[in-house]
Design a protein around this ligand. Structure first.
Ligand code: MN3
Length: 201
């Protein structure tokens, strides 16, 4: 049986459409170079694999603890990189709502006290990631962070409903070392429609 290979997903918006919060230059590099490299290295790893791997990305990412030492770290890095960025592109919109609606908004308000309080807590966790990593909103409305290209599925958690990339490559061209300015701006393009749809599933 042949293992499934993967492709770079198309974006729902143009590279220039998230400006001024995220520039065209960053979007171009981040999607067509960084993410493409994760996909290429994932496929190269899969093609060399002598074992049968899960046949879809979610199951592949979930299976990392059970993989042999020979490929586990590569699947974590490149499979995680592909999966995480795929969520990240969906977590942004060129026509964003500034907050979620319906049950998601109600439940965030009751868990965190207010929507602003949630934003503050998520932002603080994103700023607290040491080095490269991610901040995630989970379907139970907890906020989880992961280092490098790890993600919640690798740690027994559910698929996130929103994800924020805090690797320097996600913001350095626009914000230099100021991750706090990037995170503050990112909320202006956060795709609450995506999170709301995932939450309601
Ligand atoms: Mn990235």
């Amino acid at each position: 049986m042949k293992n499934q290979l993967y492709e770079l997903p198309k974006l729902d918006y143009g590279y220039e459409d998230l400006g001024p919060y995220i520039s065209k230059d960053i979007m171009f590099l981040h999607h067509s170079k960084h993410h493409q490299t994760y996909v290429d290295k994932l496929n190269a790893t899969i093609q060399k694999s002598e074992i049968q791997l899960a046949d879809n990305l979610i199951e592949l990412v979930r299976s990392t603890n059970d993989l042999p030492d020979s490929i586990r770290q590569q699947i974590i890095n490149f499979g995680g990189g592909h999966f995480n960025h795929s969520i990240f592109w969906n977590s942004m919109s060129a026509n964003p709502n500034q907050q979620p609606t319906g049950r998601l908004l109600d439940d965030i308000n009751s868990k965190y006290g207010s929507f602003q309080q949630f934003i503050d807590e998520f932002s603080a966790k994103a700023l607290g990631v040491f080095g490269s990593g991610w901040a995630w909103l989970q379907p139970d409305l907890s906020i989880v962070t992961t280092p490098n290209q790890e993600n919640p599925l690798m740690h027994g958690f559910a698929e996130p409903i929103l994800g924020l990339d805090v690797w320097e490559h996600a913001y350095y061209l626009d914000y230099k070392n100021k991750r706090d300015d990037y995170v503050k701006s990112w909320w202006s393009v956060a795709n609450w429609q995506y999170a709301t749809d995932k939450y309601n599933k």
